[in-house]
Unconditional design. Structure first.
Lengths: 380, 259
């Protein structure tokens, strides 16, 4: 047993923490208010190597393990969920499918820019009428033998990083003759319509759009992986993504803990700090339990992946527990901050709005329970 | 262009430092980190070497307990190698004692340029670099806010209270840089991994042709006799603006004789 991260992982944690505090924290409130996608900061995260962290150097990555990726996402989320998910989605949903299932040509074409953060990739699985039930995909792909092109028709919903000024590529699932398959759609392809950004409850500095594919043609070489295996491939990708989202949740809960403890010591009521009251102090105590438990589940799931062991169940356990812990922590932190916790200028109010999606994206809590129950052999 | 950078490793700057109650020196038993002041020197060195089209950046540090974490950070930024001097006998060194050690180590590097910060974050006497220069018989320029190399000369914009002086001097020389002279880069993960294999030469006092009588408690010409806590700051005066705020501020400043 060894519960220590390596020296290099700890060093990089410190770098990301310093970066987040200096380059993100001072601006997060403003980006949230103005719904700004901060391009320069995203590029700076690219220079730090965040977007290529777990990929091999030959594609412009840093060759780090998945645990290091989780640590980095956790530190970003401690300061701002929007920037954390921009990296999480860029790596886990944008680049990872191309790295995992792409042929050498596709990898060489797309990965170097994605790894450097000069470009962002997105992943279009969800549709207006197919979310948890991703197998209900209605988008269609037909091969036009005369031009050797796939013709895509349909629509996608809630796609992260799909409409930024540097979005270069979107991989989408669509139903072809062989079954659901995955296709690489370069940004700007004729027939790919990026809808205006959604109005969201949180993640205001993260980019989310609906997409329409209207007789959108891509070369037949843009099929990603095996025909008919698109859904299975994407579901495999989601196992990584779940651990990464769980890491993001740990960062959020950690931030709530730190803000809550500081405020409970400082805020005076009835002649003393509010933290004198067990009702407040015990909320903080419960938060530290939630943070520790969640972090250990996340690191273990990441460790299993790094050691080539099965981690599907561990990923579902980590995602379910950590995201619910984060939502609870943001609610309780807001409570500890009282009226100020409801005001936009306190970070906890932003954390509260930003956290809810964690129980929904990359598989809802119900879907995690479904995965776990099925893993237990139950006939659900 | 070979550049040596003096880098100090200091206690975590986020938590308040503690003084040893008997020796009145700073507690250095915990893990130390790269002094944030020295990130500027390291970055400056990396940029100058790159601008010169090649060369090496060598770090030189004196620190207790064989501490290398701060050196690893600077190596992760891109420095090529490091020399660490760590020896029980160095405990209690004053600034001059430290300067003697660093000067000897720097002689082994034979750099074209030596960089240091204007003052450290923990001891901040701001005297060490010029003592090093004196011991090495090198010219020194302090408070650089801009540094360029032209041929065999270093050109420096030297910060003053009213503006800056343009100074030039022949190499080799020693220059101290101010915070903000350049924007230090964040080490990347690749840099951190690469730093693992960069050499750190570890030296003792005896390796430097010095005796423990020159340095440490024995060598120190100064002794901290006592330490008094600074007086707590008095509460400020709160001026409530009742339409006459500007007049009251002016009156207050006049009373201070600043306007
Ligand atoms: C901000 C944001 C960013 C996103 N980014 C992306 C992205 O980049 N790419 C992408 O493909 N998708 C993305 N999504 C989509 C997200 O993954 C889906 O919203 C999510 O999977 C849920 O699907 P749905 O919204 O269709 O909900 P539904 O599937 O309609 O679910 C509605 C409710 O029913 C429950 N439910 C459904 N089926 C069952 C069942 N069998 N048993 C019990 N309960 C069930 C769900 O848990 C949920 O509570 C994003 C969503 C948001 C909000
Ligand atoms: C509170 C306090 C008060 C002190 N007062 C005195 C005093 O009055 N007189 C005295 O002689 N000593 C004093 N010292 C001891 C002094 O700090 C040490 O001897 C120290 O090694 C050098 O001094 P400095 O940190 O003040 O260096 P500074 O002159 O402030 O440092 C300038 C730069 O020199 C370089 N540098 C400094 N130290 C090292 C190092 N060890 N390795 C590599 N590069 C280095 C760095 O680039 C640094 O930024 C004091 C220490 C403390 C903690």
């Amino acid at each position: 047993m060894d519960f220590d991260l390596s020296d290099e992982q700890e060093s990089f944690r410190k770098v990301v923490k310093d970066f987040a505090e200096a380059e993100i924290a001072p601006f997060a409130e403003q980006w949230d208010r103005d719904h700004t996608f901060p391009l320069e900061t995203v590029k700076a995260m690219g220079e730090l190597g965040l977007f290529g962290l777990p990929f091999p150097e030959e594609y412009g990555g840093s060759g780090a393990d998945f645990t290091t990726m989780c640590v980095a996402i956790e530190e970003l989320a401690r300061v701002d969920s929007s920037m954390a998910v921009t990296v999480e989605a860029g790596v886990g949903l944008g680049a990872n499918p191309i790295f995992q299932f792409g042929n050498e040509d596709q990898r060489q074409t797309w990965l170097p820019d994605l790894c450097s953060g000069r470009a962002l990739g997105a992943f279009g699985l969800t549709e207006p009428d197919a979310g948890s039930d991703a197998g209900a995909t209605r988008t269609k792909a037909a091969l036009d033998a005369s031009t050797h092109e796939w013709v895509l028709d349909g629509s996608k919903a809630f796609i992260t990083n799909s409409g930024t000024p540097i979005t270069s590529v979107i991989t989408v699932t669509a139903r072809a003759e062989a079954g659901i398959s995955a296709f690489i759609v370069p940004a700007g392809t004729k027939g790919l319509v990026v809808e205006p950004p959604y109005r969201k409850m949180g993640w205001h500095a993260s980019d989310t759009h609906g997409l329409r594919l209207e007789a959108c043609r891509v070369p037949d070489g843009n099929l990603l992986g095996e025909p008919g295996r698109g859904l299975a491939q994407f579901l495999a990708i989601l196992d990584d993504g779940r651990v990464a989202i769980a890491a993001l949740a740990v960062g959020v809960a950690q931030a709530c803990l730190e803000h809550s403890v500081a405020y409970a010591k400082d805020r005076q009521a009835f002649g003393g700090p509010i933290g004198r009251n067990q009702a407040v102090a015990f909320k903080c105590a419960d938060m530290v339990v939630a943070v520790e438990a969640a972090r250990n589940l996340v690191y273990r799931a990441a460790w299993l992946k790094d050691h080539g062991r099965p981690f599907k169940q561990a990923a579902a356990v980590a995602k379910l527990f950590a995201t619910e812990a984060a939502v609870t922590a943001t609610r309780e932190a807001t409570q500890i901050f009282g009226g100020y916790g409801f005001m936009d200028e306190t970070p906890v109010s932003r954390f509260y709005r930003d956290a809810k999606i964690l129980e929904i994206g990359e598989g809802t809590s119900e879907v995690q329970r479904l995965v776990l129950a099925r893993g237990l052999g139950l006939p659900v | 262009m070979n550049i040596a950078v003096c880098v100090k490793q200091v206690p975590d700057t986020a938590s308040p430092g503690r003084l040893d109650p008997t020796t009145h020196t700073l507690e250095r038993s915990g893990k130390l980190m790269l002094d944030p002041s020295d990130e500027f020197g390291v970055e400056m060195a990396l940029q100058l070497v790159q601008a010169a089209g090649g060369g090496e950046v060598t770090l030189v540090s004196m620190a207790p307990h064989g501490e290398i974490s701060g050196l690893r950070t600077a190596l992760a930024m891109g420095a090529d190698k490091a020399i660490l001097i760590s020896d029980e006998g160095l405990q209690g060194s004053d600034a001059l004692g430290t300067a003697k050690v660093l000067a000897k180590a720097l002689q082994r590097v034979q750099a074209d340029l030596i960089l240091a910060a204007t003052e450290s974050t923990d001891g901040y006497t701001g005297t060490l670099p010029v003592q090093v220069a004196e011991l090495l018989g090198l010219p020194s320029i302090t408070f650089a806010k801009r540094v360029r190399i032209e041929g065999q000369k270093v050109l420096v914009d030297r910060q003053t209270e009213t503006g800056f002086d343009e100074v030039e001097c022949p190499l080799p020389a020693l220059v101290t840089v101010t915070a903000g002279v350049v924007e230090p880069r964040y080490p990347s993960f690749k840099g951190i991994m690469a730093a693992k294999s960069r050499p750190i030469e570890q030296l003792k006092v005896a390796d430097l042709d010095l005796s423990t009588d020159d340095v440490g408690w024995h060598g120190a010409g100064q002794e901290i006799v006592s330490v008094e806590p600074a007086e707590a700051r008095q509460a400020g005066e709160i001026v409530v603006d009742e339409g006459d705020g500007h007049e009251r501020i002016v009156a207050f400043l006049e009373q201070l004789k600043v306007i």
